[in-house]
Write a protein that binds this ligand. Structure first.
Ligand code: CAO
Length: 546
């Protein structure tokens, strides 16, 4: 074991720089080229990558220190090396840098571990010349262990603040090890992956340099010989950190800019807590957390102000009653439909005097059949007929907002009031059924609904919904469309009313009908025609036989 001292490398002209970030902690394992700390000059930030693999014994500088070239900055315990006496750390460090063996692979590194194994060899793949010495973030690993790759296939993607770069494979083979990881910083010659290649593979020549997918400038691939990485340049200028982005004078490094992009954060809105207001990752995270906390207080996802929570107990005794699953679903569906569908409700009354006489006349027959015929059966029958004549009511708006879906079947949902909440079983093929069959379906489905025995299939496939409150009361209401259906008929309580027949007022049983429709699909004229037909057939049910 030996303790090596890392010193401040060439600063590219700057005399002194500030230590603005210690990237790792004492005792951390350090791989070759791992960033140890970040220095900052007036113009740029610089990562100091480790020239050794080992364990960080300690930093010799602290956050905020000012340092110059050659100053000792860290001690790293390197495995498998003899200790060297170093009375003067700075000099010793310099010696270490000069004398250390090449820490990365030599030119033949591209085939370094080409151990023969039945005609197969291991091939180390390196980052080819990327045209700069910048350390660039790995934003995507494009392959997985076991993948078969061809020469030129992308292995990973690098992203600087100006461009993304695909790093292609210089060989064809099977990926057996991925060395780089997302978030790593790589530069020319960095190790990417190990492939198992055929020894007879002719592609000893390496892949061309990555194509730079910069928005404006595409750097043409350059044929390169096998990368012969040098000992890692200990300092790489990352970015002109003082350069403002489009949104203003933002002082942040590339990793922070990438994080902000990923999270959709406008960096100009983030307060930097680093030296000279530099925005750090923690600042971005904190900004996002605060934004998320603030959002619910101001609005829901639709930007609709929330109803403020009220502590009702301050006004009297209360109890909290858990909602059933059906009640929660109904609440969500009603809100969704109410917010999404432009509703219009059209009102009319049907004279059901004759219908009721006829219905009552069926009582004996119904008793024999064990079927009770209620007004709802006639309503469903009349609705099915009106949908046949007005097929626009049997449409839905396609999800793309550019098509109508015309249904050629006619299933009618029926709202059922149950102790657990509102459910809507569906009477299938209502257009093909007679009053007896519809009545039987209504009774069976209403019973299943109240007993909680409806199956999912019983509630699926509806084209239109009937909500009958006639047995309960009311003069009219505005039902909410059960989207993606486009219409719903609300029925209130029938009442005897004086009706002018042209000569005199006569008592007639009038049934209030309320047709709500989705005005994206149905126009007022469509609704008027639909309702008129409905009123006509309920007023004279002989029309239902036509
Ligand atoms: N006007 C006056 N009386 C009416 C009527 C009307 N529009 N509709 C039904 N009635 C009468 C029936 O004639 C029946 O009386 P009789 O027993 O004397 O013949 C009685 O009311 C019961 O009828 P019903 O409406 O319950 O008949 P049904 O079994 O065919 O109804 C169902 C089934 C499921 C529609 C009904 O039970 C129900 O749950 N309705 C509530 C629907 C609802 O909650 N809608 C609101 C949804 S939005 O919140």
């Amino acid at each position: 074991m030996a303790v090596e001292i890392v010193t401040v490398p060439d600063l590219g002209g700057a005399e002194t720089v500030d230590v603005i970030e210690l990237s790792i902690a004492q005792g951390d394992a350090v791989a070759l080229e791992d960033s140890l700390l970040v220095l900052e000059s007036d113009k740029a930030t610089m990562d100091v990558p480790s020239p050794f693999a080992g364990t960080l014994v300690k930093f010799l500088v602290a956050d905020g220190d000012t340092v110059k070239v050659g100053d000792p900055i860290a001690e790293i315990e390197v495995a498998g090396q003899q200790a060297e006496s170093s009375a003067e750390p700075a000099k010793a460090a310099a010696a270490v840098i000069e004398e250390q063996p090449e820490p990365v692979k030599q030119p033949e590194a591209a085939t370094v571990s080409a151990e023969q194994a039945g005609g197969l060899a291991e091939q180390l793949i390196l980052v080819p010349d990327i045209g700069s010495e910048d350390q660039i973030d790995v934003i995507e690993i494009s392959v997985a262990i076991g993948d078969q790759v061809e020469e030129g296939d992308t292995l990973l993607v690098l992203e600087s603040d100006k461009a993304t770069m695909d790093v292609p494979s210089s060989h064809s083979g099977t990926v057996i090890k991925i060395i780089a990881a997302e978030g790593d910083k790589l530069t020319t010659g960095s190790e990417v992956a190990v492939l198992q290649v055929s020894q007879t593979s002719p592609n000893a020549e390496p892949a061309p340099v990555a194509e730079v997918q910069a928005p404006q400038a595409v750097v043409e691939p350059t044929a390169q010989p096998a990368i012969a990485p040098q000992a890692p340049a200990p300092v790489q200028t990352i970015v002109d950190a003082a350069a403002p982005n489009e949104s203003g004078e933002v002082y942040a490094g590339p990793a922070v800019r990438m994080l902000a992009r990923e999270l959709g954060v406008d960096l100009s809105q983030v307060s930097g807590t680093g030296p000279r207001g530099r925005v750090q990752k923690d600042d971005v995270n904190l900004y996002v957390k605060s934004a998320l906390r603030a959002a619910p207080a101001a609005a829901t996802g639709s930007g609709i102000p929330l109803v403020p929570a009220v502590d009702f107990s301050q006004y009297g005794e209360i109890e909290s009653i858990p909602m059933s699953k059906i009640q929660k679903l109904t609440a969500a569906n009603m809100q969704r439909n109410w917010l999404n569908v432009p509703h219009v409700t059209h009102f009319d009354d049907a004279d059901i005097t004759d219908l009721e006489d006829f219905r009552k006349s069926l009582a004996d027959e119904g008793a024999k059949r064990g079927i009770k015929v209620t007004p709802v059966a006639f309503l469903i029958k009349a609705l099915a007929a009106a949908m046949q004549s007005n097929p626009i009511f049997n449409r839905s708006l396609a999800a793309d907002g550019e098509h109508f879906i015309q249904k050629h079947y006619c299933n009618i949902g029926m709202a059922v009031d149950t102790p657990r909440g509102l459910v809507v079983p569906v009477i299938k093929d209502a257009d093909e059924k007679g009053i007896w069959d519809i009545s039987a379906d209504i009774a069976a489905l209403a019973a299943s609904a109240r007993d909680g025995k409806l199956k999912p299939a019983d509630m699926q496939g509806g084209c239109f919904t009937l909500s009958s409150l006639g047995a309960i009361g009311g003069k009219g209401f505005t039902p909410i469309v059960n989207s993606p259906e486009v219409g719903i008929l609300g029925v209130s309580k029938s009442q005897m009313q004086p009706l002018w027949n042209g000569q005199e007022f006569v008592p007639r049983l009038m049934l209030p009908l309320c047709l709500s429709y989705d005005h994206r699909v149905v126009n007022g004229g469509d609704a008027g025609r639909f309702m008129t037909q409905l009123v006509k057939s309920l007023s004279d049910i002989r029309h239902l036989a036509l």
